[in-house]
Ligand binder design. Sequence first.
Ligand code: M3P
Ligand code: FE
Length: 308
Amino acid sequence: MSVNRVAHVGLHVTDLEAAVNHYANVLGLVVSDRREGEVYLRTPEDQDHHVLMLKASDSAGLDHVGLKVNRPEDVEEIEKLVERTGTRAVRVAENEEAGQGEGIRFIVPSGQTFEVVYHVDKLGYLSGMENPDPVPDESAFGRALLSRLDHLLISTADAEENSKFFREVLDFGTSETLRDPSGKLLASWMYCTNTMHDVAMSPGPNGGLHHVAFWVDSRADLVRAVNLLKKNGVRTFDYAMTRHGVSGATTIYFHDPAGNRNEIFHGPYFTPGAPNRVQEVAWDMENFPRGVFYYEREMDMKFFEDLT
Ligand code: M3P
Ligand code: FE
């Protein structure tokens, strides 16, 4: 059994067209499908039908996270493992979410809804599947060139219990941890691919979304993206472009028009091999401000609390 990636994130947004403008016209994702109250978007380097689903709602926040598995039978296997923990898994019919085969949904211990599917329709890379041209065409000019969905950070009241679920039910490995002085786990960075995190969890109330992160191919692309965010008047930034001690990546955080936090991210280390074959990097509270904001070396705990 193996989850092979975070396939997509579903977000609630309060103004659907404002959100589409942000993700498509500013960040450079591409609308791939629409349904009443829902817009589906993909990134240039994902073959799948969507990596982001925007859903019109009264408030911002996470609708669900979609995980993809390697084999059809993995869906049933995960269903059994989920139900063994005392959590109900609900079947999702084919095409209930556009572009997808049948799957299951369940609520993880930290309260967010996760979905597991095998089949997602393939649309191919944006550059085409026959004799592609890797250089973006003129329509990409003026948009941040986000190549793909990278990871998300969710909040959890009990990181120990939640990371156990991700390890034992979903087969994720852990790359980095934050512990309090008594040794209690407060946050963990977990992966199912060969990058250092696909899903991370930080302290806070259950059910929250801290951010969704997209990958750019270089630090120069990140600087270019920040220029375009500023030019387009993107509302709020937590800090300027900085670097994480955790992962080592270069980063900037900002918010979509509904208030969901986004991150643009480049340059983490990789975790090749099977999950749980990489030793964990440990952070303590004293050094953690440098772990989050390597340049500023300070972090207000409010940064954890600003969730949707
Ligand atoms: C990242 C990352 C927090 C740490 C965030 C780290 C909020 O977003 O991508 O490594 O503590
Ligand atoms: Fe992040």
